[in-house]
Design a binder for this molecule. Structure first.
Ligand code: HSE
Length: 418
């Protein structure tokens, strides 16, 4: 006979995800999990649950010895971190959906897990309904994981689909994403790529053992994509998606970025529309695997929280295998990206920074070029995000340092210089 722990939950937050969880739990009596108290910020707000369930006193949950699990699904990263750390120190397991908080406090959260020995699970924080963290953690051995390419933000994917396929304008599409509960309270977090890079930061930990603050990762959002870019994509039979990518280079180090990318129609990610997310994993012997599912919204996110709760019944913990049991991989910026850049005036484009420019076109409304840039140039400058300049990666954009060196040597040889 198996024994499963009874879960008595203290829930922080009753927004899109919190209320979703409340409803999902009512439909899952087999889980033996019940919410004892919900801590909220605004007691005046009308809610679809008995008034007696709510409190504004966080200690009522954090100090209640009956509560053995804290589920934290609030918006603000600072208070979320305080709640999570106090709960772990008070001997409670924690399930969280706060991607920004996890990305920004990962080193402290790792330490807290080590010191307290408590479970801290956050499957819903990346790609909502897709079990990406547990898969990366449990299934893919470090050496086998060649690359991972993903759409990790539902709102931007929803907006791009609505603009380019359903011909809505940007504001209409964003409003719809907000009404459907996909967007962050501050939607610029979605649009400008912050939400995606936050998720990417801790996915890199589970995939490769890399711990890096999101501010140090190369990223942007969809804010500068122009309608001409979409026309160029359509002419090439491609789509534009906000893609997070990590790729192991020949030297064993990892290239990583979150930047819009042209996606050919036969790429798995081209299939990912609206608020869906998708993850393509390339591993040693199995070649490509594709995970697909809803990446935002009340029930899809609550379903992942539910799955974490279920895992707590047998005391599941992330082991951070790539970090603690393998030689962690290192991030590198010593590589190049093949980029498309559309712009209004050449004066905004530092042509001398490109290794080479292989195409350029002038259309009535804008100009564009295709060329190769060193990644350090993108990290150290912002001309590619300002003055209405739009930078989109070409398919398979990574060019390794060694390939550039070989090409340079060859051209010098041909010119008779060496
Ligand atoms: N705003 C997020 C998104 C919610 O659109 O993906 C899910 O994390």
């Amino acid at each position: 006979m198996s024994y499963h722990k009874q879960l008595t939950i203290g829930l922080f937050g009753f927004g899109v995800v919190g209320e979703g969880l409340y409803k999902v739990l009512q439909q899952t009596p087999s889980l033996s999990a019940s919410i004892k108290k919900v801590c909220i910020k605004d007691p005046a707000k009308k809610r679809n649950a008995p008034v007696s369930l709510f409190t504004t006193e966080r200690d009522e949950l954090l100090n209640d010895p009956d509560i053995n699990v804290i589920v934290e699904v609030i918006n603000e990263a600072g208070p979320a971190f305080e709640i999570v750390s106090t709960a772990l120190k008070n001997g409670k397991s924690v399930v969280s959906a706060s991607k920004k908080m996890i990305a920004e406090h990962l080193p402290e959260l790792l330490q807290l897990q080590e010191v307290t020995g408590q479970s801290f699970l956050y499957e819903s924080a990346a790609c909502a309904s897709i079990p990406v963290i547990r898969n990366l953690e449990e299934y893919y051995d470090n050496d086998l994981l060649h690359g991972i390419k993903a759409i990790v933000n539902g709102s931007t994917n929803f907006i791009l689909t609505k603009i380019f396929e359903d011909k809505l304008d940007f504001q209409q599409a964003l409003l719809l994403a907000q009404q459907l509960g996909f967007a962050e309270s501050d939607p610029s977090l979605d649009v400008e790529g912050y939400d995606a890079v936050n998720k990417w930061a801790f996915l890199l930990t589970h995939a490769y053992g890399i711990i890096e603050h999101p501010n140090n990762l190369l990223f942007t959002g969809i804010q500068n994509i122009h309608s001409m870019d979409a026309r160029v994509a359509a002419e090439k039979g491609q789509q534009i998606k906000l893609v997070a990518q990590a790729q192991k280079l020949h030297n064993g180090q990892v290239a990583s970025f979150v930047i819009p990318q042209f996606v050919p129609q036969d790429d798995h990610l081209a299939f990912v529309k609206h608020e869906y997310n998708g993850v393509v994993i390339e591993s040693g012997f199995s070649d490509k695997q594709f995970f697909y599912g809803k990446g935002a919204g009340s029930f899809p996110t609550a379903s992942a929280v539910l799955s974490d709760l279920s895992a707590l019944r047998y005391d599941y913990k992330y082991e951070y295998k790539k970090l603690y049991h393998h030689q962690p991989n290192k991030l590198t910026n010593d590589y190049y990206l093949r980029v498309y850049v559309s712009f209004t005036d050449w004066k905004h484009i530092p042509r001398e920074k490109f290794e080479w420019i292989e195409e350029w076109h002038a259309r009535e409304e804008r100009k564009y070029l295709v060329g190769v840039l060193p990644v350090n140039e993108l990290l150290q400058s912002d001309w590619w995000k300002t003055n209405a300049t739009s930078l989109i990666l070409t398919p398979d954009p990574v060019i390794e340092d060694i390939a550039i060196k070989q090409l340079k040597k060859k051209s010098l040889e041909l010119a008779g210089i060496i």
